[in-house]
Ligand binder design. Structure first.
Ligand code: CIR
Length: 258
């Protein structure tokens, strides 16, 4: 797997409770979210990453979900055009934050829309979810940038999978081959080239985990998945991200890793 060295994060803003969510479990507790975020950053450091923190901006309640604003790889860096209009203003700060790492930044442009949460890298292949946030045109633009940089890509339409906001809400690359998948994705022919590890339906949110170098970050509260992954030999770091989950977020979407 590619060795990751950096992460970009943005702590939740005081306005986090005003962000977009489909869940009906009450607003997040911002103080608790800040504490969870700080532990998350410590865990990334433990995985060997240098963490750059962008200042929270209350004008963008969803700006802590930085993963949606860019797609980053060794030979290609792209800022997105998020599917939700209220999130498009997040791009400016991300672009500024990325410049010192990536001299050349590509960009998705209208009518294309794309959220980074819909992009899952497995080896040198990028799986791009077509979702309520990412349209075919956005996927095609990103695919073009990736192809020119020597990567391959495959679109997967996830619009029929109920409750799945982004592709990576239901999928994670465990290494350069194996995918952790929810039921709705496990049978998809586009993913047949990979070895599949399934998550139990009642623990489907555990599929939003992140491999960072030698460790696998897993959300707290999914004991069966935790046991199965430990048995497979993964070194797990289990983190509580309950306040982010209330806003439809999860482990992967609160950092950009590269
Ligand atoms: C949103 O709806 O855009 C945010 N409240 C949550 C985004 C989570 N991002 C992700 O799963 N990649």
């Amino acid at each position: 797997m590619v060795r990751l060295r950096n992460a970009i994060v943005c702590a939740p803003a005081s306005s986090m409770t005003l962000g977009i969510t489909t869940r009906d479990v009450g607003p997040p507790d911002v103080e608790r979210a800040l504490a969870q975020h700080a532990r998350y950053c410590k865990a990334l450091e433990r995985c060997g990453l240098q963490v750059t923190s962008l200042p929270p901006d209350p004008s963008f309640p969803d700006s802590t979900f930085v993963e949606d604003t860019a797609v980053l790889a060794e030979r290609c860096a792209v800022v997105t055009h998020p599917g939700a209009e209220s999130r498009r203003g997040e791009i400016a700060a991300i672009r500024d934050g990325l410049r010192r790492f990536f001299p050349t930044l590509e960009a998705i442009s209208a009518p294309g829309t794309l959220d980074g949460g819909d992009v899952c890298r497995v080896g040198d292949r990028f799986i791009i979810g077509i979702s309520a946030r990412t349209n075919e045109e956005g996927a095609r633009q990103l695919g073009g940038f990736l192809e020119r940089a020597g990567y391959s890509w495959t679109p997967v339409d996830i619009r029929g999978i109920e409750g799945l906001l982004h592709l990576k809400s239901g999928m994670a690359a465990l290494d350069d081959d194996r995918l952790l998948l929810i039921d709705g994705l496990a049978e998809r022919s586009e993913l047949a080239a990979h070895r599949v590890v399934g998550v139990e339906p009642r623990e489907w949110r555990a599929a939003n985990c992140v491999r960072v170098n030698q460790h696998l970050l897993l959300p707290r509260g999914y004991p069966a998945t935790e046991r199965a992954l430990r048995r497979m030999g993964f070194s797990l770091v289990v983190l509580n991200v309950s306040e982010f989950e209330k806003m439809d977020g999860g482990l992967s979407c609160i950092s950009l890793r590269f």
